[in-house]
Write a protein that binds this ligand. Structure first.
Ligand code: SAH
Length: 220
């Protein structure tokens, strides 16, 4: 028996999120749906927003940043079609939520965040939840992470007026990058393949991300 003031378990809330926000809106990729069913999104949001963790919108995570809406995360992951043996670069670790999903979907995850405090908090959450195949660095993600390049895929979680050339350079030939391109107010998601060293761009749906800002910061 349940009382009106009792919430469903996080597991049940996740099941419902996957069904109503993702599957019913056309996300069919079983690996993506399975990962979204597993990762405890509520562990990646601040205590004060926990009750909204599985709602259909982004939430504040501090430093003026947000954890992305579940649907746009699933859409980006679906378009990347990651394989279990691949290495991925993520730009904009934020809460570490997408990092955790990537950790389940591929072999190695490298993630760059410009806010030292967000990076530290994401790192500790990921460690506590035992996502082990992940490395996080504080820095300017627009420069990528040359030391571990080339990557099979790159996921950029912040909006940029143009696709950053340094990131494209760190993609292996035949690899792909997903990135929100456009002004701060509204962007389009672009899926960019590297074919014989050249970009082939596929324009996907509209989206809205916080901006990719140059340079790293030590604290907010
Ligand atoms: N995937 C994250 C999204 C966080 S929002 C999540 O779901 O929690 C985007 C993040 O990109 C913010 O944390 C912001 O600080 C970071 N960011 C912005 N510009 C950046 C840059 N140049 N390099 C690295 N990270 C950047």
């Amino acid at each position: 028996m349940s009382f009106p003031f009792q919430r469903d378990s996080p597991q049940l809330q996740r099941e419902r999120m996957v069904r109503t926000q993702l599957a019913d809106r056309g996300i069919r990729d079983l690996r993506v749906l399975d990962a979204m069913r597993k990762v405890p999104r509520h562990e990646f949001v601040p205590e004060s927003f926990r009750q909204d963790a599985y709602e259909d919108h982004p939430l504040p995570i501090g430093e003026g940043q947000t954890i992305s809406q579940p649907y746009i995360v699933a859409a980006m992951l679906k378009h990347l079609a990651l394989q279990a043996n691949e290495r991925i670069l993520e730009i904009g670790t934020g809460s570490g939520y997408v990092t955790a999903l990537l950790s389940l979907l591929c072999a190695e995850v490298y993630s760059v965040e410009r806010h030292a405090q967000l990076a530290a908090s994401a790192e500790s959450t990921l460690h506590r939840l035992e996502y082990r195949n992940v490395k996080i660095r504080v820095g300017d993600g627009g420069q990528g992470w040359a030391e571990y390049a080339p990557f099979d895929a790159i996921l950029v979680s912040a909006a940029t007026p143009e696709m950053p050339p340094a990131l494209f350079a760190q993609l292996r030939d035949g690899g792909r990058m997903i990135v929100p391109v456009g002004p701060p107010s509204i962007q389009e998601l672009q899926l960019i393949y590297k074919v014989s060293g050249r970009p082939e761009v596929k324009i996907l749906e509209g989206c809205r991300f916080v901006p990719l800002v140059e340079g790293a910061v030590d604290s907010g």
